[in-house]
Ligand binder design. Structure first.
Ligand code: ARG
Length: 454
């Protein structure tokens, strides 16, 4: 097929070269951004008298018709086209001839693609932000319902100290909140218009870059023409924010998988968000959480793809950069899909409060509180720690829990022990007297929720 750039060439490229070079199979999704960008460019060209007002209007009108035709399915993208930019321009020229050929004045595909990608990514980021906010609210709502649900908190996956399920959940809420701010930051830094950088060196035409930037809702223009066409740091930032968000979802997924195992049974997943086994009739598997965990690696891969693609290319544009799209689209779309399914999965879990409380009863998660009791009575913490540890060993030997140790036995370890020790090691007390900021006491959890909602 004859190319727009055929003038300098004596031969046509082979079909294999065309296929290898073509990006329309993955940049076709940017058709709307390409057209909207071209409309803004054409308007500016007309306004500045670089092309006539009539030509500018005809180009804009025809681009609108092309957009409508693609959206309504009346115009199919040509898989043989080199990319979406060439496709739209060729279609425009097919419809209005010579006038269409004026659109590309004072523009290069280099600044055009840099513009289109930014526009398209803005949309993907907005969708992710919406879903992150929705998930944040779901987590907070679930926490609200579990302010009194006592469970063992873990370190090293060993029962450590008593907490509430609400406090555990809110840890994820704060992570998601930071994910939201990372996406907002990255979007902010990306939101500058590169159009007018042209191929790399700007142009001799009297263009108005600000006019285009304003029409397209950018905060301003990329100030350096080479930077405008040759950096893709915003894709790296977004892939990085996506990787971090996926890492959070993956840890959450891992816990969900553990919690619905028979070993824990802290939660049950809704049937609609679980799958069965082809052979084992009893199975109810947490496939969704597993897939979220699995897809995390894929998003990390996208990040590494982008970093590696960029690391060695000289300024300004190089074709390597065409590889940015599949990677960043995949990272953002994967996160978007995961968020979409994660929220209803979480919304529909059944919390087995009794099992959580039973797990909190075992594992000596009040051993720190026992030591703190002695500290309260005047003993140094290290000595109290040692006595509490010895009492745990005593309990293990005798198959009992700390609350079941008779007072006479307590007294053989320290004369400071008295009847009030039982109150201090009561699991509920241990949980709800943790009133420090960020802890599990109801007032501490309420303060966290307030901070999250603000
Ligand atoms: N499809 C190309 C890309 O995605 C568009 C830019 C092509 N520019 C060029 N000078 N060949 O990067």
């Amino acid at each position: 097929m004859a190319k727009m750039w055929a003038g300098r060439f004596q031969k046509e490229e082979s079909k294999d070269v065309n296929d290898f070079n073509s990006s329309i199979s993955f940049d076709g999704v940017m058709f709307k951004d390409d057209i909207v960008g071209s409309m803004a460019h054409a308007r500016m060209l007309g306004h500045k008298g670089i092309i006539s007002k009539e030509d500018s209007s005809l180009i804009i009108k025809t681009l609108g018709e092309i957009l409508a035709d693609i959206e309504e399915g009346n115009l199919l993208l040509d898989p043989e086209a080199e990319d979406i930019h060439m496709f739209v321009e060729a279609e425009l020229t097919k419809r209005i001839g010579e006038v269409g050929k004026r659109l590309h004045t004072a523009r290069s595909r280099n600044d055009q693609v840099a513009l289109d990608v930014r526009l398209y990514l803005r949309g993907l980021v907005d969708s992710i932000l919406e879903k992150l906010n929705a998930l944040l609210n779901t987590i907070i709502d679930l926490a609200e319902k579990n302010k009194e649900t006592v469970m063992p908190g873990y370190t090293h996956l060993q029962r450590a100290q008593p907490i509430t399920f609400a406090n555990h959940l809110l840890a994820y809420a704060f992570m998601i909140k930071r994910d939201i701010s990372r996406f907002i930051d990255a979007k902010d830094r990306m939101n500058y218009s590169p159009l007018g950088s042209c191929a790399l060196a700007g142009t001799t035409y009297p263009i108005d870059r600000e006019m285009v930037s304003e029409e397209l809702g950018f905060k301003g223009i990329v100030m350096n023409s080479l930077d405008g066409v040759s950096d893709r740091d915003f894709t790296v930032e977004l892939a990085s924010a996506s990787s971090i968000a996926m890492m959070h979802l993956s840890r959450f997924s891992e816990e969900i998988i553990l919690w619905c195992s028979w070993e824990f049974k802290f939660i049950d997943l809704d049937d609609a968000y679980s799958t069965g086994s082809s052979i084992m009739p009893q199975k109810k598997n947490p496939d969704i959480a597993e897939l979220v965990r699995g897809k995390t690696g894929r998003v990390y891969g996208d990040l590494i793809t982008l970093l590696t693609m960029l690391k060695g290319i000289p300024l300004a544009y190089n074709k390597d950069m065409q590889e940015d799209k599949e990677a960043i689209f995949d990272a953002l779309n994967t996160l978007d899909q995961c968020l979409k399914i994660f929220k209803p999965m979480l919304e529909t879990i059944k919390v087995n409060k009794e099992n959580m409380r039973n797990a909190a009863a075992k594992g000596f998660i009040n051993a720190t509180d026992l030591a703190d009791y002695l500290v309260k009575k005047g003993m140094a913490f290290r000595s109290a720690y040692k006595i509490s540890g010895s009492l745990v060993a005593y309990c293990i030997d005798n198959g009992i829990i700390l609350e079941e140790v008779p007072l006479e036995v307590f007294k053989t370890y320290s004369s400071l022990f008295d009847n009030d020790v039982y109150e201090d090691i009561n699991i509920e007390k241990c949980t709800f007297k943790r009133t420090s900021q960020g802890a599990s006491a109801v007032e501490s959890v309420d303060a966290q929720i307030k901070a999250l909602r603000s």
